[in-house]
Write a protein that binds this ligand. Structure first.
Ligand code: HEM
Length: 257
């Protein structure tokens, strides 16, 4: 809903928007080079047709969101229609699943560490630092990709130009050279130089929004309910079958108060 509103998508279309995001993200569940999953091409075509009609509408009748602002920039030759359509698609995908998984993985980390949960409930000012630890300890994007542009040696591997390289930021977030006792979930960890949002020129554009959404959602759960715990102490998690996106398929919690 948040990213939809930012993109000038009206509430009546939120559900369709989410359905496309789910169908398009299913591609990340497949091995590289595999044909698109069922429903992928249809979702892409529907999303593209939707963007085309919203684009026409917002040109005539600008809204208050990002797409309206970018259309006005386009009129000053800043962005082409194709670039705008691609940006809409990127934000639809990057802005939905990732933040949902921060909230799910983060709550799951808390209920598995009752002492940390209790510490946080007693000291709500620790929430921003707890969110950073959730991002480090069980990050929603575990890997990203790069193309090598020059011959080099990296971690004992010989890389040649144009090679595709998978960068495992999830592993970097548990690097003992950076994080003392890296397997420990510690909401007071300081410093916490995790790379859950990547690094360099492609650093996540939505990092501030994701941090805000995570803080508000998890903060609201802890404020609203006196106790939050696993509905079943023997809960065995299942994860969405993806190479790079890490998120639970479900998280049954017992909430009281
Ligand atoms: C907890 C939530 C999120 C996580 C863990 C996350 C993670 C990442 C990571 C690791 C990258 C770098 C990819 C790379 O270097 O190849 C990235 C890029 C990006 N993210 Fe996020 N993201 C999150 C939420 C969001 C949200 C809410 C938005 C949209 C508002 C967003 C928009 C983007 C965009 C547009 C890029 C590409 C930036 C570029 O290539 O210049 N992300 N994100």
């Amino acid at each position: 809903m948040v990213i939809a509103e930012i993109l000038d998508v009206p509430p009546v279309d939120y559900q369709r928007f989410k359905t496309w995001a789910d169908a398009l993200l299913a591609v990340s569940n497949l091995p590289l080079g595999a044909p698109p999953p069922p429903g992928f091409n249809e979702a892409l075509a529907a999303e593209r047709a939707y963007f085309n009609s919203r684009y026409q509408e917002l040109r005539r009748n600008p809204g208050t969101g990002l797409i309206s602002a970018l259309i006005q920039a386009e009129e000053k030759d800043a962005l082409s229609f194709e670039e705008l359509a691609g940006f809409f698609n990127l934000l639809l995908l990057a802005g939905t699943e990732t933040t949902s998984n921060l909230i799910g993985n983060g709550l799951y980390a808390l209920v598995r560490h009752p002492k940390q949960l209790e510490l946080l409930c007693r000291n709500p000012a620790l929430l921003p630092s707890a969110i950073e630890e959730m991002l480090r300890w069980d990050c929603p994007v575990q890997a990203t990709g790069r193309h090598c542009n020059k011959e080099c040696e990296l971690g004992g591997a010989h890389l040649r130009p144009h090679m595709a390289v998978a960068v495992l930021n999830g592993a970097a977030n548990r690097d003992p050279a950076q994080f003392p006792d890296p397997e420990r979930f510690d909401i007071t960890r300081e410093p916490n130089p995790h790379v859950a949002f990547g690094e360099g020129i492609h650093f996540c554009l939505g990092a501030a929004l994701a941090r805000l959404e995570g803080t508000l959602a998890i903060g609201a759960v802890l404020k609203r309910f006196a106790t939050v715990r696993l509905a079943d102490p023997g809960f065995v998690p299942t994860y969405k079958p993806s190479f790079n996106v890490r998120g639970l398929t479900h998280l049954p919690l017992r909430i009281d108060g």
